[in-house]
Design a protein around this ligand. Sequence first.
Ligand code: IPE
Ligand code: IPE
Ligand code: MG
Length: 249
Amino acid sequence: MDVSTSTPTLTKVPVHVAMIMDGNGRWAQKRGLPRLAGHRAGTENLRRIIRASVEFGVKYLTIYAFSTENWGRPQEEVEGLLHILEEVIDRELDELDQQGVQLRHLGHLDRLPAMLQEKIIRAVERTRDNDRLILSVAFNYGGRDEIVCAIRAMMRDSVKPEEVTPELVSRYLFTADLPDPDLIIRTSGEMRVSNFLIWQSAYSEWYVTPVLWPDFDREEYLKALIEYSHRERRFGKLTAQDDSTDCAC
Ligand code: IPE
Ligand code: IPE
Ligand code: MG
C-alpha cells in the first residue's frame, strides 16, 4: 500500500494511541548537536503527529513528555525541557484550540515552576469543551507514582477493602475518564515500559520502532496503524470474538 499520499482506509483504527516519544538525545547526538536541540526537533514533530491523529481518526492521543525519573537528568537539560513545554504552550495553544484539540495533563503539577503550572491550568481550562482530539500530555508523570497516589486517595476516602475493584482503581488514576490505550508506540527501539501507563496498558498492543522520535513522521505513524489493524486482540480469550467466560463461582 502506498502510505505516502492520500489518507488510506484503515480497517481498524485505535481509539486511543499513547506514545513514548523517545530518542531526541540520540537524534541530536548523531548530528553533533546539544541534546536540547533534539528536544526542540521533537516538539516540532509533535505538530505533525497531532495533525495526523486527527486525519487518521484517532480520538485520544497521549504523549509521554517527561517522566518522574527524568528529574534525575542534568539540571540544564531538565530546565531546558521545562522551558520548551512553556514555549510550546505559548506558541501552539491558539492553533490547537482552533483545531478542536482538548488538552489534558497527566501527572503532578506541584514540582513545576509556578508560571508553567499556571499556563498548563489555563490551557486545560481554555480547551475543555473541544472534542476533536483529546490530547493528554504526561509531564512529571510516573505510573508507580500514579498508583501510589490512587491508593492514598482511596485510603483518605475510607474505601473499604471489598469495595476495591479494577474499575474503582481506574477511577482514582490521572486517566480516570480516558479509555485504556489500544496502541502504545515507542520510538527509538527500547523494549521497555519506562513507568508509562503501567496499569492502563494491561491489554494494549505495543509497536516499537527503531526510528528516533524527531523522525517519526506521518508515514511512520501510518505504518504503526496499519500493523495495528492486522493485530488480533484476544484479551485472554481464544479468538477476538469469543466472549464466553468460564464462571469461577
Ligand atoms: C525522550 O528523548 C524525551 C525525554 C525523555 C524527555 P531522550 O532524551 O530520552 O532521548 P534519548 O533516549 O537519550 O535518545
Ligand atoms: C521515557 O524515556 C520517558 C519519556 C519519553 C518522557 P526515557 O529515555 O526517560 O526512558 P529510559 O531511561 O530509556 O527507560
Ligand atoms: Mg530516552
